[in-house]
Design a protein around this ligand. Sequence first.
Ligand SMILES: [Ca+2]
Ligand SMILES: [Ca+2]
Ligand SMILES: [Ca+2]
Length: 278
Amino acid sequence: MRSLCFGSFAVLLVSTAAAGPIELQIDPTQSTADVELCLTIISTVCDTDTTPVAGSVTVSLDCPIAPGDISLHDFVFQLAENVELNLSFGIGDFDSIGYDVEVTYADPGNPLPPVVVTDNAFAFTNVPAQVTGLLEYEATRTVCTIFESLGYGCISEIDLSTILLDPLDMDGTITISGNDVTVTLDTIISGPIDPKRPETGVFTLDATMLARGTAGPVWPGDLTGDDRVDLDDHGRFVGCLAGPGTAAIGACQCADLDEDDDVDLEDFAGFQVAFEGS
Ligand SMILES: [Ca+2]
Ligand SMILES: [Ca+2]
Ligand SMILES: [Ca+2]
């Protein structure tokens, strides 16, 4: 740790304390998914099952104490229990069990552009996602006969990774208490069981999740959450500069480098020290 002193105050720069993305753990006791399978064989029949959800969500925040925007880096939603989906068509049954079902971010290493947090709420849109897992099934009587005529087995399994998911929309909230970050996410994930016959069956996962994690310290001068202090941060700093005695609100609290609840020229002096260049 080193400290830089200038004028009347000091800014601590903690060399190992890069804020970085925050990995939040999904709490299975407060997260569930309703899983629905609809098959169309003469008629359309659906069944649903509910399971807890585990896994993780990784985000970054422009200002970890009062986020003005949030970016999605990665996620894995794991269905914590097998799902049993039993469809009765009258002319036969389709009984299935889904194993090891996970939905994951399909573009890891490429975080989504930040979205604005307003009144603790945000919305990620067009999130690329993929599903993995197996659906073991048994089709009986006429359902079996129809399945065979379509080239499917009567007792077989469907590799859920063949499902082509539409990009997801996720509605979320974020609350900060000290270093504790709590995020809720709501999303509906849906796609055809057999992409070659999208009319045959649709798999849908309607998930409501709560995830918790710990934010790193505020990186002095970093107002975009990328652990750099550059011209992007300068632009935001100037937007926050309101003078002595004017309370810093929202993400501008991260521009209050001397922590006296305003953003003034003393904070700007600290910003200039932290500035790394363009
Ligand atoms: Ca930055
Ligand atoms: Ca001041
Ligand atoms: Ca200040």
